[in-house]
Ligand binder design. Structure first.
Ligand code: ADP
Ligand code: MG
Length: 727
């Protein structure tokens, strides 16, 4: 008897055995593994002539331009180092606006004309590449006939070796720009936003007499959630392969209600996989630190130690790449989609964010002395002001079709952006609202130091998992970022809006100080004003509750429920003015992001809709018709045998109704898919949301109804209860 794809998958899984032991930390000590494949500062010091090393470090640390002769020397040393590690090729790695990474490999080999060859790699090749840009999204920035795009070496993110079974590749992180100088990627705006943040933060620090600080960095620690399911199930589900999420699937009898998964024991195969991924990431210098089971069945998390925002963004992309690539070796498939399984928790990427000086100080860490606390309060209030002024920019930075399934769905933060400060810090802000803080809540009377400034508590209180933006002691955690998203966009927005706040505060303080007001008095004037205008965004309660939705509306906070509602934020004149003021996006670049968001939303929905229709017609309907035939046969046979069969007739009637419903909904979906596309990207996106998505949901509902009725031996698709629980 021929089995369904689903039965075949289960049989294969039951009999499979895997080579689980692939790394030995006994052979190579953990600490020697770390960074082994990175052209790190330590390697540079070793292989570069001293003046070259110094010049490169100046560029890395302070962003000074690099001399071409230095680039040549660096390239040669880099090539020799890479070849010694088994590299045959090099590639510029860039991050086009697909939200993914792109690479094109070139070999080091250069024939000498006499039948032999040498290995070459010049400074020019290191610094600049020229991939054909025409096949990457540009949102209308350039026409295909002017396809030229350049990749430019980003020396602040070190080159590394990416191993593959046959020869390795030297990977050079780069920015990607068009020949007209427009940013075609996510890295360039991120780097620009970091520069803006640094400039404005330095003005504040200067007021505090901190002339030792030369640069301020955004620091980020992204926690990645993901699902692992057996790859045999994955291959039996066209929706998982092509859309990254299950487009059909009835709720399993057992879901996550027993809460037996979070922080539970990690299954052996999964643990082996995690250790393998970590070993690879260690070699690449990615400081992964934490691993654990997440809330949903078969959901896990990996979190690194924080790093500066640009490097960590590259490392985050690498982490996803390694997790994805390594899974099949262990018979697994790794899913980053925000909601691979409806009804079960989805995957986000908590983006922990702070600011740090080049002297190693975290600017969002409450200090020990009143003077430090004043500085902390200025930076902290600047963030609050930024979120209060630009909540919709943060919202749009995490908007895409996948995240629409997650935000506001009672497991992830709501689509309303608010800040959780914790009781103690909230109390201080409340006092600021009244004037200036004099006491902390927990410690009774506050230390009244120089200029009546508070001693702040070290641990600013408990946690609130329902808030999209929470202060967690020495950083803010932006929790709305989606599991599959690049963190570049959200951090670009965060850096820019905080830069704008710091700019406003610095301008006020500089002006007051120039007029003979003391810095602390200046701060005492401005902070209460800012808190008054920003406090509407502060919320310590349950972000999932209906009361909050009503309260947020009263406070006038935007609630952009889905991607299509959020996209127009990018088209506002204020948005363009903000980004161009801080030289993060030009108007053209912003316009292009707007268009790309619309296009990619539509493409995602259309792909899902086509898959839904196809699966309904070619997988679910045939199974349902077979079962219908069987039931009809039984009805006929019992009737001719003269046996009462009313329940079987009723079953046949119900089943036929469900099949009719499936076919009707599929026909509606075909109709919606056939509608002519609007030329206006936003109108087209609205159509996808309002006409295609609901119809697609109706097809799913009909299919899911059939799943719990049709005979199990006929059902072709691996079910939730199998995919999520057979490990
Ligand atoms: P959780 O929220 O899961 O309890 P942790 O407190 O362990 O997580 O930290 C989560 C992430 O925050 C880690 O990646 C950590 O490195 C990062 N983090 C800690 N300090 C900072 C900081 N100053 N800036 C940015 N990220 C930070
Ligand atoms: Mg966290």
């Amino acid at each position: 008897m021929s089995a369904t794809a689903r039965q075949a998958a289960i049989q294969t899984i039951a009999s499979a055995s895997y080579q689980l032991q692939n790394v030995s930390f006994k052979e190579r000590h953990l600490k020697d593994t770390f960074g082994a494949h990175v052209f790190s500062e330590a390697v540079q010091r070793e292989v570069l002539p001293k003046p070259v090393f110094r010049a490169l470090q100046q560029t890395i640390r302070l962003g000074e331009p690099l001399d071409p002769s230095v680039a040549d020397a660096v390239a040669t040393a880099m090539k020799d180092w890479a070849i010694a590690q088994g590299a045959t090729h090099f590639t510029h790695l860039f991050q086009p606006m697909t939200g993914l990474t792109a690479e094109k490999h070139d070999s080091f080999l250069s024939p000498t004309g006499d039948g032999r060859a040498i290995c070459e790699f010049s400074g020019k090749e290191l610094v600049k590449g020229e991939p054909d840009a025409s096949s990457f999204p540009s949102g209308g920035i350039r026409a295909t006939f002017e396809a030229r795009g350049y990749t430019a070496w980003d020396p602040t993110s070190p080159a590394f070796i990416f191993e593959s079974p046959n020869g390795s590749t030297l990977v050079i992180p780069t920015a990607f720009v068009s020949w007209t100088g427009d940013a075609l990627d996510t890295k360039t705006p991120l780097l620009r936003s970091m520069q803006a943040l640094s400039q404005q933060a330095l003005r504040i620090l200067k007021l505090f007499g901190r002339n030792d600080v030369r640069k301020v960095f955004a620091t980020v620690g992204p926690e990645q959630e993901y699902f692992l399911i057996d790859k045999n199930f994955f291959y039996a589900r066209p929706d998982l392969i092509n859309a990254g999420r299950a487009l059909f699937g009835a709720a399993p009898p057992k879901g996550q209600e027993l809460e037996d998964q979070y922080f539970g024991a990690i299954p052996e195969r999964v643990l082996a996989y995690m250790a393998d991924c970590e070993a690879q990431l260690f070699k690449l210098g990615v400081p992964v630190k934490t691993r654990h089971n997440e809330v949903a069945p078969s959901q896990y998390e990996i979190a690194p130690l924080f790093e500066e925002a640009n490097l960590v963004t590259d490392h985050q992309m690498l982490t996803m790449e390694v997790l994805r690539r390594t899974a099949p070796k262990y018979g697994l498939a790794c899913l980053f989609h925000e909601k691979p399984f409806a009804g079960i928790n989805g995957s986000g990427k908590h983006n922990n964010w702070s600011m740090a000086t080049d002297t190693g100080e975290n600017l969002l860490k409450p200090g020990d002395t009143p003077h430090d606390n004043a500085q902390f309060l200025v930076f902290c209030v600047a963030v609050i002001r930024a979120v209060a002024r630009y909540p919709d920019l943060l919202r749009v930075s995490v908007a895409h079709a996948g995240n629409d399934h997650r935000l506001g769905a009672n497991e992830a933060p709501p689509a309303i952006v608010s800040i959780f400060l914790g009781d103690q810090l909230q109390d201080i802000m409340d006092q600021l609202d009244q004037g200036y803080p004099r006491s902390t809540k927990a410690g009774g009377l506050m230390e009244v130091g120089v200029g009546v400034l508070p001693n702040l508590p070290k641990d600013a209180g408990d946690r609130n998992r329902t808030s999209p933006f929470a202060f967690t002691g020495n950083k803010f955690e932006f929790r709305a970022v989606g599991g599959s998203q690049s963190i570049a966009g959200p951090n670009t927005v965060l850096n820019t809006i905080v830069a704008e706040s710091l700019d406003a505060i610095a301008s006020h303080l500089e002006h007051r100080v120039a007029h003979g007001v003391s810095l602390l008095d200046g701060i005492r004037e401005i902070l209460p004003i800012i808190i008054k205008e920003s406090k509407k965004v502060l919320f310590n309660g349950d972000g999932y509750s209906a009361e909050w939705h009503a309260e947020a509306e009263r406070r006038g906070l935007p609630n952009l429920r889905n991607t299509v509602d959020a996209i127009p934020v990018l088209a506002r004149a204020e948005t363009a003015a903000l980004f161009s003021k801080y030289k993060v996006y030009t108007d053209r670049e912003l316009q292009s992001r707007h268009n790309i968001m619309c296009e990619s939303y539509v493409k995602t929905i259309v792909v899902e809709a086509r898959l839904t229709a196809m699966m309904a017609r070619t997988m679910i309907l045939p199974a349902a018709l077979r079962y219908q035939t069987q039931v009809a046969g039984a009805v006929l046979a019992t009737r001719s045998a003269g046996v009462e069969n009313a329940p079987q007739q009723e079953l046949l009637r119900q089943l036929t109704g469900m099949i009719n419903e499936l076919q009707r909904a599929t026909a509606d979906l075909d109709f919606a898919l056939a509608a002519p596309a609007s030329h206006d990207p936003l109108t087209h996106a609205r159509f996808a949301r309002d006409s295609i998505v609901p119809t697609m949901n109706a097809v799913r509902a009909a299919g899911d109804q059939l799943e719990v009725v049709v005979a199990d031996d006929l059902w072709p698709l691996p079910t939730y209860r199998e995919m999520l629980f057979i490990k």
